[in-house]
Ligand binder design. Sequence first.
Ligand SMILES: *Cc1c(COP(=O)(O)O)cnc(C)c1O
Length: 460
Amino acid sequence: MRYVSTRDTSKTFEFKDVFIKGLADDGGLFIPETLVKYGENEIRDLKKLSYSELAKKIVYPFIGNFMPESEMSKIIDKSYSTFRKDNVVDFIKIGDKTILELFHGPTLAFKDVAMQLLGNFYEYYLNNENQKINIVVATSGDTGAAAIDAIKGKKNVNIFVLHPDNRVSPVQRKLMTTGKYENVFNLAIKGNFDDCQNLVKSMFADKQFSNDIKMSGVNSINWARIIAQSVYYFYSYSLVENTGEPTNFSVPTGNFGDVYAGYLAKKMGLPINKLIVATNRNDILHRAISKGSYEAEKVSETISPSMDIQIASNFERLIFDLNNEDDKQTSLDMKNIRENGKYLIGDDKLNKIKENFLSASLNENETLDVIKKVYEKFSVVLDPHTAIGYGAFDKHKLKGNNIVLATAHPCKFPGAVTKAINLKSDLPKELEFILNEKEEYDIVENNLEKIQNYIKGKIK
Ligand SMILES: *Cc1c(COP(=O)(O)O)cnc(C)c1O
């Protein structure tokens, strides 16, 4: 399979470039030239597979000559052996919905599903290429922990994680800062998540610096993450599907990565009816899908911090799709967004979006209310992100198999859970030890030069 950029389809790339670069040099996102399509019978056959076997089947065509299939099989088995469930994910049926629990990996959020695989892809690639790289990533809490767990102790790669000082929950921070690995560096930035993200963007844009340190990124635009995430849509469809009933997914959304993975699964033939884009008060995607105007507002802090985002980077992939894969039009649209902060979606395109997506936004009280009601009715504790996914279904009343993606374990967000139900959600036993481990991180000013010097100093 070959890849192109959403802003220039004249050049093609191998998976290797796509994976290591993350972002195309023209600023666009990578997209495969063609997709493997699965027919009804093939999808029925997929039902018989374990999670890892299914992952091998779905992932292989995308990575082509990056590695032999036997090597990929080993890597997938190894990646998913770190999960607390044999089949990676778990399901619980509550009322008329199914909760798809994606948080049974090492750092208690769905991001582990893709990141564990990426970590092993890096290891394979670097062993063969004989080169050293440095991953630099900004996090509001979950991405950093998942990336660190995937990279810790691996050869030829360092990871630098920037989190906003004092703005991640203690459990989120401990998951990042308690491992003692020589290749992991935690920086608490005196600023907010946007500051962290801007610092990383500036470091990538500084070609001298990014080439010097062989900088690589693992944020949610990385195509390898999208592929890995599409697997659980296939897996849960097979397990939950009742013949004849439509299947819908509600996805707590920030950067449009996870829900885009569902859309990819649909494009590959999985008969998904609707994907609900569920957001908190930072509702740019809800406004875009319901009203046709994609327009950034100020980010506000919420009890679901992993979705406190105003620019949904992966949305460019959908824009490219709506433009019938026209790279020139997509470049123009993205330029308008950059310069005017706005993209107006015409009626034709909006109708196309609505064939696949619905959206909803929950405010803080509504989110707390869902956590409370679900706990009282079913004795299940949802984390605030998952609660938004759950509540989004109730705003649409769709018939059929309704699957909510549970993106994080509730113990990661004790503030919201206690506020809603006056209860503490404990860590899984295997992870309790982190509460007493020594933490290691450096508090650093929100200053590009200082941070670049910090990084250079560490990799000498
Ligand atoms: C990252 C994250 C999200 C949002 O995922 P996107 O791919 O950015 O849409 C939702 N919930 C949790 C718990 C997360 O960590």
